[in-house]
Structures are given as C-alpha cells and as structure tokens.
Design a protein around this ligand. Structure first.
Ligand SMILES: CC(C)(COP(=O)(O)OP(=O)(O)OC[C@H]1O[C@@H](n2cnc3c(N)ncnc32)[C@H](O)[C@@H]1OP(=O)(O)O)[C@@H](O)C(=O)NCCC(=O)NCCS
Length: 175
C-alpha cells in the first residue's frame, strides 16, 4: 500500500517508485543487514517489488527524509491485521551519516501517528536485536515497552536474542 500524507508529517512521506533503488542498495549493506536481517533477494526486480507493494493491503511503506526532503531511509507497517487492528513496524535509516541525529525517533513517531490516526490501529509492535542499543533507546523514547524476549528467527537466526516491544494507541495519547 502507498499512502499520501498531509503536510503535518515532515519526517516521513509517501514512498515513490524512484525511491526503490536506494532502498535496495541500503538493504544490501552488510552493516544494515546485520541489524535488520532484511535484504532484497538478488533476483528481485524493482518493478515487481513496487507492483507487489502497491497491491499489498497488509503492508505500508513510507520514505524518511531529511530537512531538505532527501530520502535517508524507510519505515514500514507490515503484517497489518485489520480486524485485530494491529501491525508490526520496521525502520531503517539507510544513510548512516544520519544515525544518532534524532531522525529515526521522529520518523517512528510520525509512522505511529499514521498507524493510529489514519489506519485506526490499536497496537503496533516491533522486534529488535537485544544488543541494538541505539534502536532500543530510540524505541523507548517513542514510548515502546518491552513485552517479551524471543529467539532470533529468519535471517537473524543464530544472532542475538530479540526483544518484542509494543506501543498502544492509548499510550500515544490518542485514547
Ligand atoms: C535504529 C534507528 C532507526 C534509530 O534512529 P536514529 O535517528 O539513529 O536514532 P535517534 O538519534 O533518534 O535516537 C538514538 C538514541 O540512542 C542513543 N544511542 C546511540 N547509541 C546507543 C547505544 N549503543 N546504546 C544506547 N543508546 C544509544 C542516542 O544517544 C540517542 O539517544 P538521545 O537522543 O537520548 O541522545 C537508526 O539508527 C537505524 O536505522 N539504524 C540502522 C538499522 C537499525 O538498527 N534498524 C532497527 C532494526 S530493529
């Protein structure tokens, strides 16, 4: 799913077709892969990826931008369960010079605003490596609380344990 946002959102925006090559390049960065476990498969064509994203009603991706509108990463709501009103969130600032400058925290706050206000979700959760101190600190600032420890799965299998964290509409202040 692709969604346009009003201009009260300043750190995230509608993802564009021409953003995809940058997202693919960042996902193939080994440092990022180690933290996110996410990678485009080598044979994935970006036109096909875009077409399947546009059709997918369980997944919504936004671009993250700097102060002059340059793309620096992406934040995604995925596994959206419309009846249960919940989704997972995943975030990655691909351009590393933007790490630790507050952009991730701001982007996540805005993605949650979209999740709770536009999509009317009640709960958003995420999974993060327990040794990813920067990400966990940022998630706590936003209001995520740890709810469980999980064994790593998928491409993070064999790596650190994961923390499951969640955020609710009520804690965000939207009742
Ligand atoms: C995780 C990520 C989205 C956070 O965004 P960011 O813009 O870098 O983070 P912010 O600057 O908003 O906040 C980071 C906070 O963590 C702190 N921090 C940095 N390194 C830390 C560490 N090793 N341990 C604890 N806290 C740390 C920073 O000081 C900052 O806190 P402060 O604002 O109170 O000083 C971004 O760094 C990123 O995309 N990283 C690579 C991919 C990744 O890890 N994705 C998450 C996968 S679950």
């Amino acid at each position: 799913m692709i969604l346009s946002l009003t201009n009260e959102y300043r750190r995230i925006r509608r993802l564009r077709h021409d953003d995809v090559p940058a997202l693919m390049a960042w996902d193939n960065d080994p440092d990022l892969f180690e933290l996110t476990g996410k990678k485009f498969s080598v044979d994935e064509n970006y036109q096909d990826w875009w077409a399947s994203l546009v059709r997918d009603r369980t997944r919504l991706v936004f671009g993250i931008v700097d102060d002059i509108g340059r793309l620096i990463g992406d934040v995604e709501l995925l596994q959206i369960l419309w009846r249960a009103r919940e989704a997972e969130v995943r975030i990655s600032i691909g351009d590393k010079k933007y790490w630790n400058r507050g952009y991730g925290t701001e982007a996540l706050m805005e993605a949650l605003l979209a999740a709770f206000r536009i999509l009317s979700l009640e709960r958003v959760y995420l999974r993060v490596r327990s040794d990813n101190g920067r990400a966990i600190h940022s998630y706590r600032k936003v209001g995520f609380r740890p709810v469980a420890r999980l064994a790593a799965t998928g491409r993070l299998l064999g790596c650190a344990e994961l923390q499951l964290m969640e955020m609710t509409r009520g804690r965000y202040g939207l009742g």
